[in-house]
Design a protein around this ligand. Structure first.
Ligand SMILES: Cc1cc2nc3c(=O)[nH]c(=O)nc-3n(C[C@H](O)[C@H](O)[C@H](O)COP(=O)(O)OP(=O)(O)OC[C@H]3O[C@@H](n4cnc5c(N)ncnc54)[C@H](O)[C@@H]3O)c2cc1C
Length: 420
């Protein structure tokens, strides 16, 4: 790590997708930088673990969403990384199945449930198009028998509950195909970012921008630069894990707090045999009169794995109960669809804990009602010294990894223009 006396053009904080794309773009622009990462690895919220031999589970991002607009499609192709392009319509409405009180909805009820999901999405979009940046909960018919499963689904997609989500922020999402990565999205990011020289285990403690240039204090010493680029999550910023001297202006703090980190929790369960059967592969929504419900992917790419998703306040509560509670909940959800016999074949599970992970303090950002404009504000630099990137700063792809990637390039180009 460059420390003390050597001044670089840019100090980049965080080696997730945004920090890594910024580093590559700065190199293209002929600028030098130091990139520091607090944890022991690059990738941030892109991280894969092998749950069984040759079966990879992505604890963070797993899909190249909006694939037709996603720069990681070309990156994966260039690196020879196999994408599950044939599974890109996995989430389409007609692919989804619904189970209430352990019984699959019949065709008529499933059609009514899909219709309700459509109506909800339209109500959110219509409010946003009228310019009403209000809570999603204010737009929905919550008396529907399908409201519970829709709410659980939205909480795991967006990380927040319906009263916490902004209509305008949701409406901006650009749809399209969703490609999984056969051997792990986290592994793809580690491969793509592997040529960037990162100082790992280097935690930034404070940033002094009181004079020209910046002084960044880390657990390994002081760095000086002409500008600093911050890519840590809004959760880390809101928790004041990095101290600013002088403090951040109010408009920037408001943007950080208007875009909190939501929580999506995932629990992967591997089975030592095919418990799903040839027709079981798919995306299932399950809820009972007594539980919160969840949605889960069964055997997406033909493997003996189910991935259960929860989110919002329930996801946080479940994470706080610990690993065993997460495992038990996941098995219960799978058993609700495939029957109790599956329990004997469960060989291993991995339970995520993003809400308490000190390097993220949540899964990804969502705008609070009335705060959708804050993504643009969060992206603005302060006094041509302190620059911001990361998923929360992207307007159309906020919360997604390709939004983080694009934001890193945007910030690097802004810094280049400023230093010129
Ligand atoms: C459960 C889950 C599912 C998801 N699913 C998808 C998906 O399917 N598709 C999709 O597109 N996106 C998905 N996402 C979102 C996606 O993973 C993120 O948007 C993206 O990875 C964020 O990249 P980033 O560079 O903005 O932030 P990060 O990846 O968080 O990078 C910031 C880095 O800063 C480091 N850091 C923090 N504090 C300090 C400090 N004080 N000093 C030094 N370093 C520090 C962190 O360790 C981290 O490595 C998912 C995320 C989660 C958690």
């Amino acid at each position: 790590m460059t420390s003390g006396t050597t001044e670089v053009d840019v100090i980049i904080i965080g080696a997730g997708s945004a920090g890594l794309s910024a580093a590559k773009e700065l190199t293209n622009q002929g600028l030098n930088y130091t990139i520091v990462e607090g944890s022991h690895r690059i990738g941030g919220r892109a991280y894969s673990e092998e749950i069984a031999p040759d079966v990879w589970f992505d604890l963070g991002c797993s899909y190249l969403h909006s694939a037709e607009h996603n720069p990681f499609v070309a990156i994966a192709d260039d690196l020879g990384v196999v994408l599950g392009k044939e599974y890109g319509n996995f989430f389409d409405g007609d692919q989804q199945r619904f189970y209430h009180n352990r019984v699959q909805l019949n065709d008529a009820d499933a059609a009514a449930c899909r219709e309700y999901f459509e109506q909800c999405n339209k109500a959110i979009d219509n409010a946003a198009k009228r310019g009403e940046d209000i809570a999603v909960s204010d737009t929905l018919d919550l008396d529907s028998p399908y409201a519970k499963t829709f709410m659980a689904h939205l909480a795991e997609l967006c990380g927040g509950d319906i009263d916490e989500l902004s209509t305008v922020d949701l409406e901006r999402w650009v749809g399209g195909s969703d490609y999984p990565v056969l051997n792990g999205f986290g592994n793809l990011i580690a491969k793509w970012g592997g040529d960037v020289s990162v100082s790992l285990n280097t935690k930034v403690e404070s940033i002094d921008w009181s004079a020209a240039g910046v002084r960044v204090e880390t657990n390994k010493g002081t760095l000086t630069g002409r500008a600093v680029l911050i890519t840590v999550s809004t959760g880390v910023l809101a928790a004041n894990h990095i101290k600013f001297k002088p403090g951040l202006p109010d408009w920037k703090s408001d943007a950080i707090h208007g875009l909190p980190q939501g929580t999506e929790s995932k629990i992967a369960v591997h089975f030592n045999e095919d418990v799903f059967g040839p027709d079981g592969r798919g995306y299932h929504h399950t809820w009972t009169d007594d539980d919160e419900g969840s949605s889960f992917e069964a055997s997406l790419m033909g493997q003996n794995v189910a991935i259960i998703n929860t989110g919002g306040r329930f996801g946080i509560w479940l994470e706080k109960q610990g690993q065993q509670a997460g495992h038990d909940f996941a098995l219960e959800q799978i058993a609700n669809v495939f029957g109790n016999d599956i329990r004997q074949s469960a060989s291993r599970s991995i339970v995520t804990a993003w809400y308490t992970d000190p390097w993220t303090l949540g899964s990804y950002s969502h705008a609070l009602p009335g705060q959708a404009h804050q993504r643009e504000v969060l992206a603005r630099s302060i006094d041509d010294q302190v620059f911001f990137a990361g998923e929360a700063t992207h307007i159309d792809f906020g919360c997604a990894i390709h939004g983080a990637y694009l934001s890193g390039i945007r910030a690097a180009q802004e810094i280049k223009a400023m230093l010129k």
